[in-house]
Design a protein around this ligand. Structure first.
Ligand SMILES: [Zn+2]
Length: 322
């Protein structure tokens, strides 16, 4: 048993090529409407919680080995539990992301299908709702070696300890030459840190800016697929637009304050008021603008003379006269 992955958001529609790939595994040709498909990250080249990592080459080989393999629930390989079958695999590099060992981050992404049947209804619902988001994979490798000296881990080999750093190099066990991929299964609990991270961003309904900001400010890892990057960019564009509106509002307040100051306190030089207004907080700006406006109304009515005054205004006006 090795590693753990997670389910990505499912794609909207199938290409003709994908339908052909799927129909290689079915007893009769299926139409798109009869199928439910989704993407799943099987494993990556990051150092896992056991202090082990696959080489990128091993990920490619695993991609071949996992083709046609069925995913099961809770590691129970009984036929009635078989749920989904992998019909395509691809190793993706996530631009800009590096692993703990300084390698470009790569992950093995599989596409899986299952027929839309009454038997699978609950399972599809769970996949859609994000309940069954994590998967665990099982495979065997021919070579397990020390990342520091290359010694064979199975024969003991060396004294290097996994997780320790030697001359700036993190010690881990390097997994190479996969010989068999025997299963992948859905698990209820994330078994790898990656799984928990993805959870926050992989489902549209889970999209939570708070989490994204937290990740951006350095707590935890942030891993985004193209769709999520697009959403984040849109969020930024929206915020930028709102910020522009806010700046415009502020500028108008400042201008109004300077103008009103010219009316109620003409002795204050305009540049001084301008400078002061620029340094004021928005709340203070609004308060001063309101107060100056009131004063200005008294000095020089800004609203038409014939405009009816509310009772409250009349009373305030009297107070001022006294
Ligand atoms: Zn070693």
């Amino acid at each position: 048993m090795k590693g753990a992955g997670y389910i990505l958001r499912k794609k909207a529609s199938l290409t003709t090529e994908e339908l052909e790939q799927i129909n290689q595994y079915t007893r009769r040709p299926f139409q798109e409407g009869e199928l439910y498909t989704f993407s799943v990250v099987l494993c990556d080249n990051e150092v896992d919680r056991d202090g082990e990592r696959f080489t990128i080459e091993a990920l490619h080989r695993l991609g071949e080995l996992f083709l046609g393999k069925t995913g099961i629930f809770d590691h129970n390989p009984q036929v009635q539990n078989q749920a989904a079958r992998i019909y395509a695999c691809q190793v993706e590099q996530l631009p800009g992301r590096v692993t703990k060992t300084g390698e470009a981050y790569h992950r093995l992404v599989a596409r899986a299908y299952l027929p839309r049947s009454q038997k699978n209804e609950t399972f599809i619902l769970e996949l859609d709702s994000g309940i069954k988001k994590e998967v665990s994979v099982g495979c065997s490798v021919a070579k397990r070696s020390c990342s520091i000296c290359g010694a064979d881990r199975r024969t003991g080999g060396c004294d290097h300890v996994k997780g320790r750093t030697y001359h700036g190099v993190l010690c881990c066990t390097v997994l190479e030459e996969p010989t068999d991929a025997y299963e992948w299964s859905f698990v209820a609990v994330p078994a790898q840190r990656e799984a928990g991270v993805i959870k926050n961003f992989s489902e549209k309904e889970d999209w939570n800016m708070e989490e994204v900001w937290k990740s951006l400010s350095g707590e935890g890892e942030l891993l985004l697929n193209p769709e999520e990057r697009r959403q984040l960019a849109k969020e930024f564009a929206d915020l930028r637009e709102q910020a522009a509106c806010g700046r415009q509002y502020r500028k108008e307040l400042e201008k109004s304050l300077v103008r009103l100051c010219g009316i109620v306190s003409p002795e204050v030089p305009m540049e001084v008021m301008e400078r002061t207004a620029r340094t004021m907080g928005l709340e203070d700006l609004r308060e001063f603008e309101k107060a100056f406006h009131k004063r200005a109304e008294q000095v020089l009515p800004l609203t038409p003379q014939l405009a009816p005054m509310e009772k409250r205004d009349v009373e305030e006006y009297r107070d001022f006269q006294i």
